[in-house]
Ligand binder design. Structure first.
Ligand code: BES
Ligand code: ZN
Ligand code: ZN
Length: 481
């Protein structure tokens, strides 16, 4: 990850980005009269990004609309950052200074955030890494006081997004369930949270029938990873539990998926797990005074001689029986076991995050996260606000009673699919049956993996859900203080 530095004032000759509003674009210090005139003229013509090339130094003037609502202004700073990133990259510039007209630390942080997220790439399997990209060295943020609170926390959050994106971008021929648990242990060693990994035998003795059923067609064993961050000065007496769907590859099982635009991106089906792992990294690095537990049930979902067949009835960790009518609705089976396991912690709040349904993606596309749950409205309000702050916006779907009719089975307590409609909700209703505490479910099927790329969110893995969860946990730690 590139280096983020604070400097008190720009030094002569540094490549410079100046973020400013329309009305102050004629007051930029250090420009010649001719340059100032050029900037003013360009702004009058409606340009938003103006470049002054001094040959040994590039100056970019970026106009933002300061009258926008705060959250939108911050997002504009991130998106602008991506655009400027592309320009600088083309110019093969590897370090520069950014200054904002009001030395507004939030806007500078948003700019830095957008820039670092834009600079992510997954190059592990490329032979000509250097040719593909000249790495950025450093981004200097101008703050006259020399003090930028929030930079450290942002730094850890961005490292966490990089980690999560790497995990999601890894194909299953590297990242099996066992490998995922080993990666978790490695990340824990680098950041300070603790880990325990259950192997197949332990999963069997816990009677996690959902996780075991999904694993039946696989030559690889499942894992169940438990991460814990329990600082001595934790402000909560009962933990917050995060649960991430860890399907390292989803073929659909015997209910096999077609390959184009479907199975071909299913290495991303552990993006929920990646977000949880990333959040555990960020909170422990940032030393957040909050007791948090992360659970990751993991396996691939494959057809095979022993694979679970449509119509099979299985018994879950909490004793409920489930008729598996579609083996491609596997995420809810492994999450359900983890959710019922979470009960033993007597949690204050449980949040699960999963690439759970194509229906969620169909409903709201790639621009947001579908949320459901029975947690207090205040918690949803807080989550919604965090979503706008980091621009991982959430849309709440209902869990009305009537939907439970759709997952009734003729021969078992539940079936694992609903009907043609409300697919994201019937998945949520299924999970609800395994919860017994305040709970929120996040469906990131639309936002976790982008085939075509989108600004600073990048192409491939986005790290969806991580920044909003980190923001929420920071806020909960703050409030309970
Ligand atoms: N992993 C998929 C959901 C998914 C779809 C994630 C597209 C990301 C992008 C999930 O396991 C699945 O296959 N769900 C089925 C459920 C259906 C069979 C009830 C779906 O959404 O089609
Ligand atoms: Zn599936
Ligand atoms: Zn899946």
């Amino acid at each position: 990850m590139l280096n983020l530095q604070i400097i008190k004032e720009p030094q002569a000759g540094q490549n410079l980005v100046v973020i400013t509003g329309k009305s102050s674009c004629n007051q930029i210090p250090g420009l010649t009269e001719q340059e100032s005139g050029y900037v003013q003229k360009s702004v009058d013509l409606g340009l938003k990004t103006i470049m002054i090339n001094r040959y040994s130094q590039v100056i970019i003037i970026q106009i933002l609309e300061y009258e926008k609502p705060r959250t939108e202004l911050k997002e504009a700073a991130r998106k602008t950052s991506y655009m400027i990133y592309s320009i600088l990259k083309e110019q093969k510039i590897t370090s520069f200074t950014v200054t904002e007209q009001n030395h507004d630390s939030e806007l500078l942080l948003a700019f830095a955030e957008g820039f670092v997220l834009s600079d992510y790439s997954f190059t592990k399997y490329l032979n000509n890494k250097e040719e593909k990209s000249v790495p950025f060295q450093s981004l200097r943020l101008v703050i006259p006081s020399g003090n930028l609170p929030g930079l450290k926390s942002l730094h850890y959050c961005l490292e966490a997004v990089y980690l999560a994106r790497d995990l999601v971008n890894e194909p299953v021929n590297y990242l099996t369930a066992v490998k995922l648990s080993e990666e978790i242990k490695q990340i824990a060693r680098n950041s300070g949270f603790s880990v325990e990994v259950f192997d197949k035998l332990q999963i069997e003795s816990l009677k996690m029938g959902g996780l075991l059923a999904v694993n039946m067609g696989s030559p690889e064993p499942p894992t169940f990873s438990i991460m814990e961050w329990k600082p001595v000065k934790a402000v909560n007496s009962r933990p917050i539990v995060l649960v991430g769907k860890g399907i390292v590859f989803d073929t659909g099982g015997l209910s096999l998926k077609p390959t184009p635009d479907s199975m071909d991106s299913m290495k991303s089906d552990m993006a929920g797990a990646a977000a949880v792992i990333g959040v555990m990294y960020a909170i422990s690095k940032a030393n957040l005074p909050l007791h948090v537990i992360g659970l990751v049930p993991a396996t691939d979902n494959r057809p095979g001689g022993e694979a679970c067949a449509p119509g099979d009835v299985i018994t879950m960790h909490n004793g409920l029986s489930v008729e598996v009518l579609n083996t491609d609705a596997e995420g809810r089976l492994i999450l359900a076991d983890a959710l019922s396991f979470a009960k033993k912690y007597e949690p204050e709040l449980v949040i699960d995050i999963a690439t759970l349904t194509g229906a969620a993606a169909a409903a709201i596309g790639q621009q947001g996260i579908v949320a459901m749950g029975n947690a207090d409205d205040n918690v949803f309000a807080m989550l919604t606000d965090c979503g706008y702050q980091v621009y991982e916006r959430i849309v709440r779907f209902p869990l009305w009673d009537e939907y439970s009719e759709m997952i009734k089975s003729d021969i078992a307590d539940l079936k694992n699919i609903g009907g043609k409609y409300a697919g994201a909700i019937t998945a949520g209703k299924f999970l609800e049956r395994f919860t017994s505490y305040p709970w929120i479910h996040l469906d990131i099927a639309g936002s976790a993996f982008l085939k075509t790329g989108d600004s600073y969110r990048g192409k491939g893995a986005t790290g969806s859900g991580l920044r909003i969860l980190f923001e929420l946990l920071k806020r909960i730690a703050d409030i309970q203080h």
